[in-house]
Design a protein around this ligand. Structure first.
Ligand code: ZN
Ligand code: ZN
Ligand code: ZN
Length: 137
């Protein structure tokens, strides 16, 4: 069973607001990573700053994570439920479809442990798969 928007807000000690609940519903309904514009398109009218802050808060609290796909647009995807504030555990690959531009989490594929060369300090490592998604093949 999937958690509802209200469950997720409660789980992360986030106060319920109309925008937060709606943004979560959009993520729950969508099976792909979403950019700021994708989310904004679901609203009739929304303050861009409020939306920006909502996404930022969600990322900080472990509700959504950046779905790095090598593209120019920053996209976010819903976390699996094991994430908490400042402790994301979304160390999985993201698949980017060259045809439709969709980005999805591949949670079963973990990013292998990597080591930075001597003298370099690693702050992140991403695994991006590119190709054609199931809908476009
Ligand atoms: Zn996360
Ligand atoms: Zn596709
Ligand atoms: Zn992901």
């Amino acid at each position: 069973m999937t958690a509802s928007a209200l469950d997720i807000l409660a789980q992360h000690n986030l106060r319920k607001t109309a925008v937060r609940a709606q943004v979560l519903d959009i993520f729950l309904d969508s099976r792909e990573a979403l950019s700021h514009n994708d989310i904004e398109a679901h609203f009739n009218q929304v303050d861009r700053i409020t939306l920006y802050r909502t996404l930022k808060t969600f990322e900080e609290k472990g509700v959504i994570h950046k779905a790095i796909d090598g593209g120019e647009k920053l996209k976010y995807a819903l976390c699996s439920g094991h994430c908490s504030e400042h402790a994301h555990e979304d160390h999985h690959a993201h698949f980017h479809c060259d045809q439709c531009g969709k980005t999805v989490c591949i949670e079963s594929m973990h990013i292998p442990a990597v080591q930075a060369p001597a003298g370099y300090q690693l702050s992140g490592a991403y695994l991006v798969l590119k190709g054609t998604c199931a809908t476009c093949t």
